[in-house]
Design a protein around this ligand. Structure first.
Ligand code: CP
Ligand code: NVA
Length: 315
């Protein structure tokens, strides 16, 4: 059995209180970094990083983050390790647990992060799977806290594919009492089981989950529009067939005129300028993607703080 509090495998495992506490820690750590003084809380500890998919933000910020904490990042090369081929997942997880203090994993199947958590003794952090991107959601929450103050009753409108980022943002909304709107072409909605998992919590908080098949309807009451690539990593083969469906789902200056005046925009990045979002919106004053990108550092340090504090020493 996995102790799901020990890890961050999916945001659904963490309570509202734990998420809010993580955002508070992230804000404190951000202030520290801005003042030039870092806590070396994890001095002498090591953080393993296993990335099966490309990354700029996640891999950089975890490395910088553990370095600021006085620890060592250890990059693990998937080709060299041959997980499940050269060696079993079980044996890799057991060995890593003897050397490093926590493991950050970006991979295709959610099942892999779950197995690494099951077989190892160290905390595992999901740095993006085909299903979820919890680190992005916590960084987004920190940005919302900074830009809007409060979460309760706000409306997040995700314009695009019902993908891993959309799934984690939906969970975040359910946990923190925000409405979630998805605007996507028919057939590109979020998996039913993920939506159904969030619905009772949304209902309890008096919040709505809505899906529209045009972006115009989705933005009218939004506090923030969220964008992501139409074709996620691993789906490159679907690019041609997907793109034509998604063309109307672009965040543009025109779309923003249909949203409330105060409505902001964010994108998890990397952005495909001219596809899901225009240059003009990316470079405009309503775009808070770069604030969110900065928060990847602080929010992930806060996640490390939460999971590594509980297991500060290894055997
Ligand atoms: N948003 C995000 O996870 O960026 P990277 O893929 O560059 O890590
Ligand atoms: N949905 C995107 C997010 C990239 C950070 C992908 O999985 O490629």
């Amino acid at each position: 059995m996995i102790d799901r509090q020990k890890h961050l495998l999916r945001l659904a495992d963490w309570s509202e209180e734990r998420i809010l506490e993580t955002v508070d820690i992230a804000c404190r750590l951000k202030a520290e970094v801005h003042s030039g003084q870092y806590s070396d809380r994890f001095k002498g500890q090591s953080l393993g990083m296993f990335f099966e998919k490309p990354s700029l933000r996640t891999i950089t910020t975890f490395q910088v983050g553990i370095h600021q904490f006085g620890g060592l990042p250890v990059i693990l090369d998937p080709d060299s390790i041959g997980l499940g081929k050269r060696e079993s997942i079980k044996d890799v997880a057991r060995c890593l647990s003897r050397w490093i203090n926590a493991l950050v994993v970006r991979c295709f199947k959610q099942e892999l992060v779950e197995q690494l958590a099951l077989y190892g003794d160290i905390p595992v952090i999901n740095a993006l799977t085909d299903d979820f991107h919890p680190c992005q959601a916590v960084s987004f929450a920190q940005m919302l806290r900074e830009q809007m103050g409060d979460f309760q009753g706000k409306t997040v409108a995700f314009i695009g594919d019902g993908n891993n980022v959309a799934n984690s943002l939906l969970t975040l909304c359910a946990k923190l009492g925000m409405n979630f709107t998805l605007a996507c072409p028919k057939g590109f909605e979020q998996p039913k089981w993920i939506v159904e998992e969030s619905l009772p919590l949304l209902k309890k908080r008096g919040c709505k989950y809505r899906v529209f098949n045009t972006p115009e309807e989705a933005v009218v009451d939004a506090d923030i529009l969220y964008s992501d690539v139409w074709v996620s990593m691993g789906q490159e083969g679907e690019k041609e067939s997907k793109q034509s469906h998604f063309l109307p789902f672009q965040i543009s200056d025109h779309l923003l005129t249909l949203a409330p005046e105060h409505c902001k925009v964010s994108h998890c990045l990397p952005a495909h300028r001219g596809e899901e979002i225009t240059d003009s919106v990316m470079d405009g004053s309503k775009n808070f993607s770069y604030e969110e990108a900065e928060n990847r550092l602080h929010a992930q340090k806060a996640i490390l703080w939460q999971v590594m504090t509980a297991t500060k020493s290894i055997k």
